[in-house]
Design a protein around this ligand. Structure first.
Ligand SMILES: [Zn+2]
Ligand SMILES: [Zn+2]
Length: 436
């Protein structure tokens, strides 16, 4: 049987791979304007990096992660024991945790009054049932801004994210920025109790999962996909009414800095991120597709407790991640041009076998000065080389014929105007470089 890519994965063929590289390049350039530097962390980490504070590896069943067990763990499982967390590796479901682990491990925690700004891009993995738009291997670009608790850091990160999407060609009016504050350790516990009480008062209308969450993580019920639950949760107590004075002041400043930058946003009290380490500002960017459905293309928030969870000194920070696959869909929905593969600027055609070596040599000379050049490697006839040149999108064709070669010249043909001129061999590189 012919081998295929694993279920839920996709090959980025040249056009998609080029789009991924281009989007990553735009991200690095845009984020660079704000002082971000690149970081790469391993594709797999110890499971504990992603699931902290749990008993053993079997507790992560349902977390939808790809796990790998060490030989030692496999032997334990075979003998009926539970493998330890330390014996278990997981493919990263997101990169923030790996970056936080690296920051703590290498002591990159910025000193007082300094910020560390990092950008990453790569594959993430999720072992969920494959469905449309949800892949098991997907691509994300993210940024982490570490060391500042100030609301200006939140506003800067959000502005940078919006500018990035605009630079990619997603029109401003096709996007919707949702923001919220999730409070902090001072005000969230009381709010969580309010939501818990609200859920317990609506058990007959909510799904079993939401009811079960009342005792574990009631705020997750805001994320429930069940339409009935969503409707009920809309009337749940709003966090914005429960913020303590300092969280409320932080949130107000973030909003006024966004107003200053003319960034339009929608306050969405139901927007929560399920992970416990999020504090205060959370945000999400959605695009409206052709069918009117809202699709998130990126989101993030503040996580003032995260670095400390990895043994680093308590350090405030925030970040976001954006999904490549979602961006591509958004660009298509917005009718943006997308990313066409680059084409050769020059095609060198050899009239017969006697001129092939010269064609080969000219191609290399042009590439050496930065001109994308293609030539035939199939000993094709001149006619089919011309066809090939036309298909390649080359702007010029250099025709190398035996008679011309004997006279030390070649023919340079402009593919748009069909105009041809004779150029001395020695002048070709300069002629082409100045014409392109
Ligand atoms: Zn529910
Ligand atoms: Zn608070």
């Amino acid at each position: 049987m012919a081998l295929r890519a694993p279920t839920g994965t996709t090959d980025l063929l040249p056009e998609q791979a080029h789009a991924w590289n281009s989007i990553r390049t735009v991200a690095l350039a845009t984020f660079g304007l704000y002082g971000y530097q690149p970081i790469e962390t391993p594709v797999f980490e110890q499971l504990e990096v992603f699931v902290r504070g749990i008993g053993d590896a079997t507790d992560v069943v349902g977390k939808e992660m790809f796990l790998t067990f060490s030989q030692h763990a496999v032997e334990k499982i075979a003998s009926g024991e539970k493998p330890s967390l330390a014996d278990t590796l997981a493919l990263r479901p997101e990169q923030t945790a790996g970056v936080a682990r690296a920051i703590a491990q290498h002591n990159l925690v910025p000193p007082e009054a300094a910020t560390l700004k990092l950008v990453y891009a790569g594959s993430m993995f999720r072992h969920e049932r494959p469905q449309k738009g949800r892949l098991r291997e997907f691509h994300q670009i993210g940024a982490e801004c570490i060391g500042s608790a100030e609301p200006s850091a939140d506003a800067e990160v959000i502005i940078m994210l919006m500018r990035f999407f605009e630079s990619l060609g997603i029109p401003q009016d096709a996007m919707r920025l949702l923001i919220n504050s999730m409070g902090d350790d001072d005000c969230r516990p009381a709010y969580r109790e309010q939501v818990r009480a609200y859920i317990l008062a609506h058990t007959t209308e909510l799904c079993d999962e939401c009811v079960r969450r009342a005792d574990t993580n009631p705020l997750r019920s805001f994320d429930c996909k069940n339409p009935k639950c969503q409707e009920i949760m809309t009337d749940a107590p709003a966090i914005t009414d429960a913020l303590c004075p300092s969280c409320a002041a932080h949130y107000t400043t973030v909003k006024s800095l966004l107003d200053d930058a003319a960034i339009t946003y929608v306050e969405q009290p139901c927007l929560v991120r399920g992970l416990d380490y999020y504090t205060r500002t959370v945000f999400e960017v959605q695009v409206v597709d052709g069918l009117g459905a809202q699709n998130a293309i990126g989101g993030g928030g503040r996580y003032d407790k995260l670095i400390a969870e990895f043994g680093g000194k308590p350090t405030p920070g925030l970040g976001f991640a954006v999904g490549f696959e979602r961006i591509v869909l958004a660009l298509q929905a917005a009718g943006a041009e997308g990313y066409a593969l680059p084409h050769p600027q020059v095609y060198i055609a050899a009239v017969d076998a006697s001129t092939r070596a010269m064609a080969f040599s000219l191609a290399n000379r042009l590439r050496d000065v930065g001109i994308a050049t293609e030539l035939d490697h199939q000993s094709r006839s001149l006619k089919s080389q011309f066809k090939q040149a036309g298909r390649s999108g080359a702007l010029f064709v250099v025709i190398v014929g035996p008679d011309e070669m004997a006279r030390g010249v070649v023919t340079l043909r402009n593919m748009q105007s069909s105009e041809e001129q004779t150029v001395p061999l020695d002048d070709l590189v300069e002629k082409v470089s100045t014409t392109i």
